[in-house]
Design a protein. Structure first.
Length: 270
């Protein structure tokens, strides 16, 4: 099969535990792009927090794309224009804020290039470190959020957050997409947003078939694209449930798992 696109989650997939792209993985992805294969980054991260990695992989030179906010925004990285957006209304954001208070979990969202929260916490600090975005503590979340937002995050100890996830998935079914990207990150987006649906929008724009796509990830929020792609790949460090639903399991993020996928399924067809 001649694959035309490889879609990559970022944290714990493309990046090692040291939060860098290994040299072997970078070289493999550049070779794939030289062959005309689209390398697409798909992450729960805000668009701003994906720029550095997109630049490192020269996505602008190859006319590729970034799926940010779990697929809520698709950006043409050559023009920096958004070709797709799917957001939460201000009213939905305020409703989710109230639910965070009800369930006693932390919450934050994104306004321009800031992370907005009422109360600093260790989990929002992690998001700040991962994204490189400044954290802005505000006296009133609802007063500060006066426009549509792409995503909210609820944050807490993994055991508690797992309980909240089950409650909200049932309560918000059909209205809001609820899924965890990390044990302590619960992502809330428009019900039409997930990485699989966003990927479907992108391939229709580009005229690429579903079976010509490889998708690689490690988290529960990667499952929609892993199941959608012609070849869905789970990282070796992914939970067993995700591995079971993938077509192929590669090595871990610290063992050049992405590079091995590129070498086996793309470069070998050169």
């Amino acid at each position: 099969m001649n694959y035309k696109m490889i879609v990559l989650d970022i944290d714990d997939t493309l990046l090692t535990d040291q939060h860098v792209i290994s040299q072997k993985t970078k070289e493999a992805l550049l070779k794939a792009q030289d062959m005309g294969v689209k390398v697409v980054l798909a992450s729960g991260r805000p668009t701003f927090a994906m720029h550095k990695l997109a630049e490192e992989l020269l996505l602008h030179d190859y006319g590729s794309y970034v799926l940010s906010f779990n697929g809520g925004i698709i950006t043409d990285y050559q023009t920096k224009n958004n070709v797709y957006e799917c957001t939460l209304t201000k009213e939905q954001a305020h409703e989710l804020y109230e639910l965070s208070k009800k369930h006693n979990v932390f919450v934050h969202t994104y306004v321009e290039n800031d992370i907005i929260t009422e109360k600093g916490n260790q989990y929002t600090d992690i998001e700040g470190q991962l994204t490189g975005m400044p954290i802005k503590e505000v006296s009133s979340f609802t007063e500060h959020v006066q426009n549509d937002v792409v995503k909210l995050l609820m944050l807490e100890d993994p055991e508690k957050l797992a309980q909240v996830e089950k409650i909200l998935q049932k309560e918000l079914e059909g209205k809001i997409s609820v899924m965890r990207s990390k044990p302590f990150f619960l992502e809330l987006t428009n019900s039409e947003v997930d990485k699989g649906k966003s990927l479907n929008h992108l391939i229709q724009i580009l005229g690429i078939r579903q079976d010509e796509v490889i998708a690689v990830g490690d988290g529960y929020n990667d499952l929609p694209m892993i199941k959608f792609a012609g070849l869905g790949v789970a990282m070796g460090n992914a939970p067993e449930e995700i591995k079971q639903q993938a077509d192929y399991v590669t090595a871990t993020n610290n063992e050049d798992g992405v590079a091995k996928v590129v070498e086996k399924f793309i470069l070998s067809n050169k």
